[in-house]
Structures are given as structure tokens and as C-alpha cells.
Design a binder for this molecule. Structure first.
Ligand SMILES: Nc1ncnc2c1ncn2[C@@H]1O[C@H](COP(=O)(O)OP(=O)(O)OP(=O)(O)O)[C@@H](O)[C@H]1O
Length: 249
């Protein structure tokens, strides 16, 4: 279990982004965005296609370097850290399109991030931990299966399991539910709720509004690279600018 960082003060956000700006050539994809997440909080990040959600996540996780702004995680400035360093601190993402190793079993797929994402992971303990993770995502009975033989919803769970192997304090779940049926969406929401109940803060990026409204304690809305709303889900969704930009899509 990862200990709380000695840099983080009680009551401080686990993540704090200030004035984050990302440009691609002359185009500003993210425009001076402020973003905070409290420890253990569930935040929905929404916005129309092309509004900057992925760019924001890429800046937070280190896949992209913002031109301006600062990002603090557990009280430490991580703006200049590489993605793997942020992951080792517990800032972890899952990807919209799972890309598991099809030649490896589910168990081995979870062991890969266990061995390499965690600085302190003892390889000899990784089999037990991998089984615990597979049990937490409901796939322990299929530990020796290939990902090729999984359904879509099981693949999404495996992707979340691979992220869990890095012991996140903050998990960014990027469109984990796209293309799933209503009951499968509920399964993923329930899984995310269980992970959150274990103390993991979660940013949910999702177009399925039913899931966002059910899951989120707070919603942040991006439109054309700018944050236009941030607050209580029901109040945010009644916000005139959000209705104009977002609803009816
Ligand atoms: N590498 C890049 N080079 C140039 N423009 C980019 C690049 N990445 C993103 N953009 C542009 O930045 C804007 C924001 O894109 P981004 O992918 O962050 O939006 P999004 O909200 O995640 O969209 P979606 O919901 O469709 O995933 C878009 O106009 C996109 O075309």
C-alpha cells in the first residue's frame, strides 16, 4: 500500500493544476485551465468532442508538456516530471482503447505493470498481488485466459486492472464505457465506485451522461479548451453555458 506523500498537507487537493495552457502550433487546445481534485474525490470531466479533455489528461499525466501553468500532485510540483515518474507517485490513467498483450494471460498482463510501474514492487510478491487485482475486477476465475477471449466489458475491466497494478492514488478513467450496453456501463460504474470506496480519487472522462451524473460528486466542463463550469453536477448541468454548449448533442 502506498503511503500518503509527506509533502501533502491535510485538506490539500491531491491534484492541483493552475493556468495549464497547451498549444499545437498556433492553436490553443487548452486555455489557462485550473483543475483540482481532493483526496478520494470523484470528478467527472466532460465536454463536447474536441473540447480539450484528452489534451488536459495528457498534460496532467505527462504525455504532453504544457506551455504554461503548473501541476501539483500530493503537494509536489510535477509539471516537469516524466509520465512514468508521475505514475510511480500514484497518478495513473487507463486508456479508452485497451491494448493488452494478447500472447500473455490476464495474470501476466496485470503483472507487467506491477513489475515495472512500481519502484518498490517485489517481483516475488507480484503473483499474489496480481490475483488480488483480478479478483477486485471480477476476472480471477479467468486468470489464465488470453485477453483475446474476453468480452468488451471484460477488456475494459482488465484495462482498469492494469491501471490498478500501479497503485493509483488518483485514477483517470478515459472513456472506459464507450460502446458498452446499459448494464455493462452500470458494471463499470460499480467497479469504479468500489475502487473509489478503497480511497482512490477518480477523474471520469465520459460522454455517457447517465454514468457521469451517477458517479460524479463534481463535474468540470471544458468547451473549446476553456473551463466553463466546475461544481455540483446538477447545478453544472443547469448552467446556461453548459446547456448551450453541451446538451442536445
Ligand atoms: N497532437 C495534436 N496536434 C494538433 N492538434 C491537436 C492535437 N491533439 C489534439 N489536437 C486538437 O486539440 C483539440 C482538443 O482535442 P482533444 O483530443 O483534447 O479533445 P477531446 O475533448 O478529448 O475530444 P474527444 O471527446 O473527441 O476525445 C482538438 O481541436 C484537436 O483537433
Amino acid at each position: 500500500m502506498r503511503l500518503v506523500s509527506p509533502h501533502q498537507q491535510v485538506g490539500q487537493p491531491i491534484l492541483q493544476a493552475k493556468g495549464v495552457t497547451k498549444r499545437f502550433g498556433g492553436f490553443t487546445a487548452l486555455d489557462s485551465v485550473d483543475f483540482t481534485v481532493a483526496p478520494g474525490e470523484r470528478v467527472g470531466l466532460i465536454g463536447p468532442n474536441g473540447s480539450g479533455k484528452s489534451t488536459c489528461v495528457n498534460c496532467l499525466t505527462g504525455a504532453l508538456t504544457p506551455e504554461e501553468g503548473t501541476i501539483t500532485f500530493q503537494g509536489q510540483d510535477i509539471t516537469k516530471l516524466a509520465a512514468w515518474q508521475r505514475a510511480r507517485m500514484g497518478l495513473v490513467r487507463s486508456f479508452q482503447i485497451p491494448r493488452p498483450f494478447n500472447k500473455l494471460s490476464l495474470m501476466e498482463n496485470v503483472q507487467v505493470p506491477l513489475r515495472f510501474a512500481l519502484a518498490e514492487a517485489p517481483p516475488e510478491g507480484s503473483a499474489n498481488r496480481a490475483m488480488e487485482i483480478l479478483a477486485s475486477i471480477g476476472l480471477d476465475s479467468k486468470a489464465d485466459w488470453s485477453p483475446k477471449d474476453l468480452s468488451q466489458v471484460e477488456l475494459r475491466k482488465l484495462e482498469l486492472g492494469r491501471a490498478l497494478a500501479a497503485s493509483p492514488r488518483l485514477l483517470i478513467a478515459d472513456e472506459s464505457m464507450a460502446g458498452l450496453s446499459d448494464s455493462e456501463v452500470d458494471e463499470i460504474v460499480e467497479l469504479l465506485e468500489r475502487l473509489n470506496a478503497d480511497g482512490i480519487a477518480i477523474i471520469l472522462i465520459e460522454h455517457i451522461m447517465r454514468a457521469v451524473m451517477r458517479f460524479s460528486q463534481r463535474i468540470v466542463v471544458l468547451v473549446a479548451g476553456k473551463k466553463i463550469a466546475d461544481g455540483n453536477p446538477h447545478e453544472v448541468m443547469r448552467h446556461e453555458d453548459v446547456e448551450r454548449a453541451y446538451l442536445g448533442q
